[in-house]
Design a protein around this ligand. Sequence first.
Ligand SMILES: NC(=O)c1ccc[n+]([C@@H]2O[C@H](COP(=O)([O-])OP(=O)(O)OC[C@H]3O[C@@H](n4cnc5c(N)ncnc54)[C@H](OP(=O)(O)O)[C@@H]3O)[C@@H](O)[C@H]2O)c1
Length: 315
Amino acid sequence: MTDPVPLHQASGSASRELEPVLVLGSTGTTGRRIVAGLRAEGVPVRAATRSPGKSAEPGLEPVRFDWDDPTSHEDALAGARAVYVLGPLVSTAPEAVLVPFIDRALALGVRRLVLLSGSPIRLGDPGLGRVHAHLAASGAEWAVLRPTWFAQNLLDPTHHIGAAVLAGDDLVTATGDGRVGFVDAADIAAVAVRALLDRTSHDTDHLITGPQALSYDEVAALLSKSTGHVIRHRAVSAVEAEEHMVDAGMPRSYAAVLAAMEVDIAAGSEAQLTDTVERVTGRAPTGLGDVLAASLEGRELAASATSASPTAVAR
Ligand SMILES: NC(=O)c1ccc[n+]([C@@H]2O[C@H](COP(=O)([O-])OP(=O)(O)OC[C@H]3O[C@@H](n4cnc5c(N)ncnc54)[C@H](OP(=O)(O)O)[C@@H]3O)[C@@H](O)[C@H]2O)c1
């Protein structure tokens, strides 16, 4: 799958080289890594955020973009050659927004779209599965990324699991002894960069996992080893998991969806491993232990949400 001649270096594409790639969610977990990956390839980037500042970096253009304000979409899209599409975060029907957005992008001359979806969502499923189907039938160059659970969740203070870890609480899930192939967000970004730039469009979905499938008992053991503090996994029923998430401040509708996904994990839905990262990027995916170690050394937490330092973990 790795294409030795990226889109921006292909012959005959000199004028397109100057056209930016638009990255939605450019300040988020995947988006900021994609921006960095594109910049490392010398590609002009339009970085979408609701709060754009000024960029001192040539070739990096912050642009205001808000799903709740359609007037911001046109300016962000105009003149872009490719788009990384991170849809609205909390939406029961993302297709209502994303299908017209894709059509508008194509009408404005965007050639390629790379959509972030998720491992459980198949072509044609309600929500992002319908966007996937629309994209595949649109005539655009496309790829759909279907990562499993992000390794970064586990130390992210804005994620309910990461918040529990950082507070020294038990990991409470309905995953039982089901396994997850936790994936490094940097590996998702690396696949996204190739999907955005390779001369030959991927025109497929990529199921993206890390190199090992681990149960939450094993994750708790790894977290304990990495942090030096005992972190336990408490396996509970779906109802208890949902209540636990609601007690932690999560809207019930979202907690119910997550609890149902945990039940699926218990049944083995996320235990599969794929070779996508190696096949697409040419290098092996990073294991969970290495992601945690890097985060706890402050190399990553400093760039993420808060003051989650090894000291904060060590309560
Ligand atoms: N976590 C997992 O394990 C996992 C696994 C598979 C799939 N996913 C999917 O990954 C997605 C999240 O991706 P991520 O982790 O890269 O993002 P993230 O870290 O949650 O960041 C969210 C991004 O969305 C932007 N944003 C928020 N509200 C917006 C709005 N109204 N209009 C435009 N932009 C808005 C934010 O930008 P500003 O605040 O700068 O505007 C930010 O850049 C979710 O849809 C989730 O379903 C997650």
